[in-house]
Structure formats: structure tokens, C-alpha cells
Design a protein around this ligand. Structure first.
Ligand SMILES: C[S@@+](CC[C@H](N)C(=O)[O-])C[C@H]1O[C@@H](n2cnc3c(N)ncnc32)[C@H](O)[C@@H]1O
Length: 347
């Protein structure tokens, strides 16, 4: 599906020259554009970064880390806005820091994503120097010219780059940051899985030596598997999540591996225990795709006598989708909002 907001900003990408950055996030998966070799792409999504690298783009995987760029060193930044406000504010704030005076920030987005509010705020920060256009009544773009120094206070980005304690329970305190899935809370489904973890583990032939946390986020499930004594491998697609997860392991003195991957594709090992709270959607893709891809990753990485533990909302037809990949599919608990599904004997 074509993203009208990306289409609007695309000519700016094609014509960019000098030192130019394209800030790309999940909204842009599978959107195509002619490679502009002068542009550097920064993306916080491992899959998108890989996709763009394969297409020939010079692409960097980071949590929108602009620290390598000195003040007033960049000519142009192109950005189709992200879903989360702190991310958008962080990019706009960094743009005014790193753009040369007279350099331009081109941002586009849809009305229901709040583009008009973002444009108003950015316009104030850029001393009113903005040209606005639209391709239909829902799709807007602003081209802002940097005055050099911001005209007003920076936008509230919730201190985007700072890792901080965000939640605690009787077992751990958890570190996270904006830009990570459900960054400032413990996911209720994941808490349910942890409470019932012994019921999964008792189905194993012995204590698990290793475990895989598929889509680890800031590492909540990983941390809570660690007391079983197994060595954890945690993997995610999101740069901020991987950073927060590493920090949690470090703070808790847990020696674990943290791997950037799209649905564990970079990982070859098989595990006796897999824990997973899969994402519901993928950018503009269909919900079902992600569930299938996470199930397939679990099938590929589960040992023959291992157990995979999934937690999903009640309405997700995970069991039906799992049947063709596992001989044992059991819903072992349901709390009215979430269900816990045990998968074993990968086919
Ligand atoms: C529902 S969250 C669960 C996070 C964490 N396990 C927890 O329990 O709090 C799903 C996670 O899957 C990650 N994710 C989304 N797409 C992915 C992909 N293609 N490959 C790997 N991880 C992905 C997201 O970044 C997010 O951290």
C-alpha cells in the first residue's frame, strides 16, 4: 500500500544533496524510492534498515541517535513522521541543532497522526520559516528553514535518549526509555505469562539451559526467566528496545546475549524455552502477518523437546495458526483479557 505522506516528501528525498539525512521508521516498510547516494538513512528498525541497505541505501541502525552529527553540520533532513510523539519531538529538536542555518527540515504526515500540530510547533521553533503544502485534505508537508538557533524552547520529548527506571515489582526494577514498546509500564499480558511460567517449565524434561526471548522489548520476560538459571538470548527489531534490554541485564548482573534481528532471523541456535509476547501489527501491514512470522520463528528455534510460551489478546487466533507448525498447541490459561498458549513438538 502506498503511503501518501511518504509520497509527498519523496521528491525532497530525490533532490537532496550536500549532507542529507533521511529519518525512516516502521511506517516506511516496503515503500520504495530511487536510491540517492548522497543521503544517509537513520532508522530504529532493523528490518527496514536491512531492506534499505539491500536496496543500495547508506543506512544506519540506531535509536535515532544524532550524537555523531555536530551542531550546524547538516544541509537537509527528510522525515515522514513516526507514530509516537516523543520520537517526533526528538527528531524536530535534533534537526534544529544539527541543521546549518538555512538548512531545511522536510516533514510530512497525516492529519490523524497530528501532522498539523507538529507543523505548528516546528514552525514556532524555526522562527516561522516554513512552507506548507498538501497532497489531499489528510496529507500535509512542511519545509522548514533553520534560523540557526531555536526561537522558543525545544519540544517536550520526554528526555528521549535517557534510560531510566520506569517500573518495579517484587523481583526487579525495570529500565526503559521513550521509543520502546510500552516503555513506561509492565505489559499486563507479559506479567500474566511470568506468573504462570512454572506451568510451562514443568512440561520440560529438565531445567532449561537456555531461553530465547522473541521480541524482548526492554527485557521484562528475559529478566523474569533469568532466575531459572538458563542463559538468555534476547532479540528485537527496535534499536531503543535493544539498548534498554542491555542496560537491564547490566544493572541486574545478568550475562545474556542481546541480538538485533527481524523475527530472530540472525539467530541459528535452537532453545528448550522460548518466551514471546508478539506485536499486533507491523506498520501498514496486516495484523496476521506478524503473528505468523513470530510463530514461524518459534518453530524454527524451538528444540524438539522444548516449550514455547506465547501470550496474546483473547481475540488473536494464535492456536489455529500454530496448528500447522506444532503438534502440541494448548491454551493453558485465560484471564479474560489474555490467553497463554503452550507450543511444543515443532513440525
Ligand atoms: C508486545 S511487545 C513485547 C515486549 C516485551 N517482550 C514485553 O513483554 O514487554 C512486542 C515486541 O516485538 C518487537 N518487534 C516488532 N516487530 C519485530 C520484528 N519484526 N522482529 C523482532 N521483534 C519485533 C517490538 O519492538 C516489541 O518490543
Amino acid at each position: 500500500m502506498t503511503d501518501t505522506a511518504f509520497s509527498l516528501v519523496k521528491p525532497e528525498l530525490d533532490s537532496a544533496h550536500g549532507i542529507a539525512l533521511w529519518i525512516a521508521d516502521e511506517n516506511l516498510l516496503n515503500q520504495t524510492s530511487r536510491v540517492n547516494p548522497t543521503v544517509t538513512v537513520i532508522s530504529n528498525r532493523f528490518d527496514l534498515c536491512q531492506q534499505l541497505q539491500e536496496a543500495g541505501w547508506n543506512s544506519q541502525f540506531s535509536d535515532f541517535d544524532f550524537s555523531p552529527y555536530e551542531n550546524h553540520s547538516v544541509d537537509k533532513i527528510i522525515y515522514r513522521i513516526s507514530k509516537e510523539k516523543p520520537v517526533v519531538h526528538h527528531v524536530i529538536n535534533q534537526a534544529i541543532r544539527i541543521l546549518k542555518p538555512g538548512g531545511t527540515l522536510c516533514i510530512s504526515g497525516l492529519k490523524n497522526e497530528g501532522i498539523k500540530t507538529y507543523l505548528d510547533k516546528a514552525k514556532k521553533l524555526f522562527s516561522g520559516q516554513m512552507e506548507q503544502s498538501k497532497s489531499d485534505k489528510n496529507t500535509w508537508m512542511g519545509v522548514l528553514t533553520s534560523p540557526g538557533v531555536p526561537d522558543t524552547e525545544l519540544l517536550e520529548d520526554q528526555d528521549y535518549t535517557r534510560l531510566r527506571e520506569v517500573a518495579a515489582d517484587e523481583n526487579f526494577s525495570y529500565i526503559s526509555k521513550p521509543g520502546v514498546y510500552g516503555w513506561n509500564k509492565i505489559d499486563k499480558g507479559s506479567a500474566f505469562l511470568v506468573a504462570e511460567l512454572p506451568r510451562f517449565i514443568e512440561r520440560l524434561p529438565g531445567p532449561p539451559q537456555t531461553a530465547l526471548d522473541l521480541g524482548c522489548g526492554y527485557g521484562y520476560l528475559s529478566l523474569n526467566c533469568a532466575p531459572t538459571g538458563c542463559r538468555i538470548t534476547a532479540t528485537d527489531n527496535n534499536a531503543g528496545a535493544l539498548q534498554a534490554c542491555k542496560e537491564n541485564f547490566k544493572q541486574q548482573g545478568i550475562d545474556a546475549e542481546v541480538i538485533a534481528a527481524d523475527c530472530a532471523e540472525e539467530i541459528v541456535a535452537r532453545f528448550p524455552l522460548i518466551v514471546c509476547n508478539p506485536p499486533f501489527h507491523q506498520g501498514f501491514g496486516i495484523e496476521g502477518d506478524m503473528t505468523d512470522r513470530f510463530l514461524e520463528a518459534a518453530r524454527k528455534h524451538l528444540q524438539t523437546d522444548g516449550v514455547a510460551c506465547f501470550v496474546v489478546n483473547l481475540h488473536i487466533p494464535l492456536e489455529r495458526k500454530a496448528q500447522k507448525r506444532f503438534s502440541i498447541v494448548e491454551t493453558i490459561a485465560d484471564n479474560g483479557s489474555f490467553k497463554l498458549i503452550l507450543l511444543a513438538q515443532p513440525k
